[in-house]
Design a protein around this ligand. Structure first.
Ligand code: NAP
Length: 303
């Protein structure tokens, strides 16, 4: 049996593995996609102490390697359900059923969707949630980015280098991205910022060919021809597998405090999946350390 099963190989999960292994415990990590989590697509990290200018990919790989060097094992499989009813915790995955003395859920959060007509129908055919993954398909074309946070500005900055024209569409006239990011984008000649606006519909035949933009000020609409819409409007939790097992808040995040403990002894939650005010690499890393230390104390007392 593993000492700790960690669900998710993002910053929180990998940090938990580092702390767990260094506490002398065997950690097994389950990851359904690739290590690194959301930051893997960031071209440059500027706000993690000691990591200025490092790409999200390089940072993720270094962290992944660090956890493995310390002895953590990784299984690329999706967690389908859990059974936390006994002292031994069971995690049922696409690679089989696994047991552990403690579990740390660090499954991050999923991309939020606009919810407008056409978004789902054109996903992968002009609707994208990752400019570094799909931007190259739209070289020399006109595209739109939706959002007003760090991600939207990073995506716009990136796309402005390869696309002919980029519209940055935001529902308010205040941005929550850092001023340095906003100033840099506003200087770009091929970027037009459209505030107080939302996409009402994404249209096309086989692929995206236009959007219907709606003004929030007066409700007027205008159809704009373009080839792609990059949605960068934040995250939402993906905790359906835990509904009825652990307490979730009104938005679906785990309702646990800074100590990362849940109402079930031996089960901890860490990172963006937990109810919290600030979702950053540094807070994810902090949660991972906190959860693994709490799990180690729990195991020492109970096994
Ligand atoms: P975010 O900070 O939550 O911002 C989401 C933006 O999308 C907000 O401007 C929000 O508008 C808008 N929005 C939300 N729902 C919308 C909807 N249904 N329709 C239209 N607009 C909508 O998300 P994020 O930019 O993805 O960043 C997530 C976290 O990762 C943040 O903590 C961020 O700091 C961090 N991050 C860090 C880096 C880095 O350090 N390099 C890079 C990317 C992200 P309102 O402003 O009106 O609410």
């Amino acid at each position: 049996m593993n000492d700790i099963i960690i669900i998710g190989a993002g910053t929180a999960g990998l940090t938990a593995a580092i702390y767990g292994q260094r506490a002398g415990l065997s950690c097994k990590i389950f990851e359904k996609y690739a290590p690194g989590g959301q930051i893997v697509n960031s071209p440059s990290i500027e706000n993690y102490p000691g990591m200025y200018g490092v790409s999200g990919y390089d940072y993720s790989m270094a962290l992944f390697e660090q956890a493995q060097k310390l002895g953590a094992s990784v299984e690329f499989a999706e967690v389908q359900s859990v059974d936390f009813s006994g002292k031994t915790k069971k995690v049922i995955t696409t690679a089989g059923e696994f047991e552990a003395k403690a579990v740390i859920i660090a499954n991050g959060a999923a991309r939020r969707k606009i919810g407008c007509k056409g978004e789902e129908a054109f996903e992968g055919r002009g609707v994208s949630y990752c400019a570094t993954c799909d931007g190259a398909f739209f070289r020399g074309k006109t595209v739109a980015v939706v959002g007003g946070g760090e991600s939207a500005f990073e995506e716009t900055e990136y796309l402005a280098e390869i696309c002919d024209k980029v519209y940055l569409i935001h529902r308010r006239d205040i941005f929550i991205a850092a001023k340095t990011a906003v100033d840099s984008v506003l200087k770009k000649k091929n970027v037009t910022v459209l505030t107080n606006s939302v996409i009402d519909e994404i249209k096309g035949q086989n692929a995206v060919s236009s959007i219907v933009l709606k003004s929030r000020a007066n409700g007027s609409t205008v159809e704009m021809p373009l080839s792609a819409v990059f949605v960068a409007i934040g995250l939402m939790p993906d905790n359906k597998a835990y509904e009825g097992v652990l307490k979730l808040d009104e938005y679906g995040y785990f309702d646990a405090g800074e100590d990362c403990r849940t109402e079930i002894e031996g089960v901890f939650v860490a990172g963006d999946t937990r109810k919290k005010a600030l979702r950053q690499l540094v807070t994810a890393a902090s949660d991972g350390a906190e959860a693994a230390t709490a799990a180690a104390n729990y195991i020492r007392k109970n096994f």
